[in-house]
Design a protein around this ligand. Structure first.
Ligand SMILES: Cc1ncc(COP(=O)(O)O)c(C=O)c1O
Length: 373
């Protein structure tokens, strides 16, 4: 079986997790802090705040950006459902706009056109590992007095020019699910340059407590914390933090291998009229969460996927159109986003992971060409 992905983890991660267990400190502590510091340093952010996953990171970032009931947040529909769910969790309404047909990322001009007096935040998504045009989204947000929360779940290591994702927006949220750049099993991280927001994020990820367990223990006093605001339990464990700190050291290798294999897919599939390969705008660095092709074959996508599954090759539909999922369809009846809907119907993800062999990749390409008919 050739899986859609395989996390790149070794004995070092197992040992780091075991050491956290043996230490007796398993909940959020010094190892999470170490992971946060490594990630902040890597992306060039002032603060990094770890969370239990990216969905909770997005929820907290929206709250820190001031989002609440009655507000609107503008985002693409071409994304994983969690993008919109986090907005609903914050009490606000997602306003879906269409994407660019080539990059599959949100069109900044459509975000601007959708701004109303209720808009609080613009939320671009760096889809499949390619950063959205965040500089353009930020310029629009500044003109209208709005904040930008970037959903960078699959995009740790992506860059726009010299700037790494995580250093651009007011808040950037990453995921460490096993399909992402690096993994901690489950996990998330928010980066920001805003000192007050970072302090609030640290409190509300941990019930709203005025001080953390780690700080209380380190103080050596009998200080008692206070709860002045509503918080959540969205903490990462130190077992995950320990794994994340090791994974940070592997990030560049993982992404280098993924980019090498993506370039090889490009070369093997180039010129085939039955599909198109990913478009990467000049100056962008892609993380290739998966390799996303656009099908132009008359054969239905389901038949192509079934043929490949029969040969032991996992594939996935590209990305969903959130506004067509029943929960959201009822909430935005009649909404049509033609570019999103076409992309959701015609895209297909092929296996791509750092340890994929060229022989495995050749099998994927051969079977794909056969399945395309
Ligand atoms: C674009 C996007 N946003 C949010 C998420 C949610 O991440 P998590 O599973 O860490 O909550 C994902 C996960 O697949 C995603 O792809």
């Amino acid at each position: 079986m050739i899986p859609i992905t395989r996390p790149f983890v070794r004995e070092e991660e197992a040992e780091a997790a075991a050491n956290a267990v043996r230490s007796g400190w398993l909940s959020q502590g010094a190892r999470v802090q170490e992971f946060e510091a490594a990630l902040a340093d890597y992306v060039g952010a002032k603060h990094a705040i770890a969370t239990s996953n990216c969905t909770t990171a997005l929820h907290l970032a929206l709250l820190a950006a001031g989002v609440g009931p009655g507000d609107e947040v503008i985002c693409p529909s071409f994304s994983f459902i969690a993008t919109a769910n986090a907005i609903v969790h914050a009490g606000a309404t997602p306003v879906f706009v269409d994407i660019d047909a080539e990059t599959y990322n949100v069109q900044p001009a459509l975000m601007e056109a959708a701004i109303t007096p209720r808009t609080k935040v613009l939320m671009p998504v760096d889809q499949i590992g390619l950063a959205a045009d965040v500089p353009a989204v930020l310029a629009i947000a500044r003109d209208h007095g709005l904040k930008v929360v970037e959903d960078a779940a699959p995009s740790l290591g992506a860059a726009v020019g010299e700037a790494r994702v995580g250093s651009l927006a007011d808040f950037t949220c990453f995921s460490f699910h096993p399909r992402k750049s690096i993994t901690t099993g489950e996990g998330g991280m928010i980066t920001t340059a805003d000192d007050a927001a970072a302090a609030k994020l640290r409190r509300i990820r941990s019930h709203g407590a005025s001080t953390s367990d780690l700080a209380r223990h380190a103080s050596g006093t009998t200080e008692i914390e206070e709860y002045r605001e509503l918080g959540y339990n969205y903490r990462m464990t130190d077992i995950q933090g320990a794994i994340g700190a090791v994974q940070m050291g592997r990030l560049e290798h993982i992404l280098g291998e993924r980019r090498r294999l993506a370039a090889r897919y490009n070369a093997l599939l180039k010129g085939d009229p039955r599909l198109s390969t990913p478009v990467v705008p000049a100056g962008h660095r892609h993380t290739y969460q998966s390799y996303c092709i656009r099908l132009k074959s008359p054969r239905p996508r389901a038949a192509i996927m079934a043929d490949m599954a029969a040969k032991g090759i996992a594939t996935r539909r590209g990305v969903m159109a959130i506004h067509l999922e029943p929960y959201y369809r009822e909430r935005c009846p009649g909404l049509r986003l033609p570019v999103t809907e076409a992309a959701a119907a015609e895209t297909l993800l092929l296996p791509l992971f750092a340890e994929m062999t060229e022989a495995e990749q050749d099998v994927v390409v051969d079977e794909l060409k056969r399945a395309l008919g």
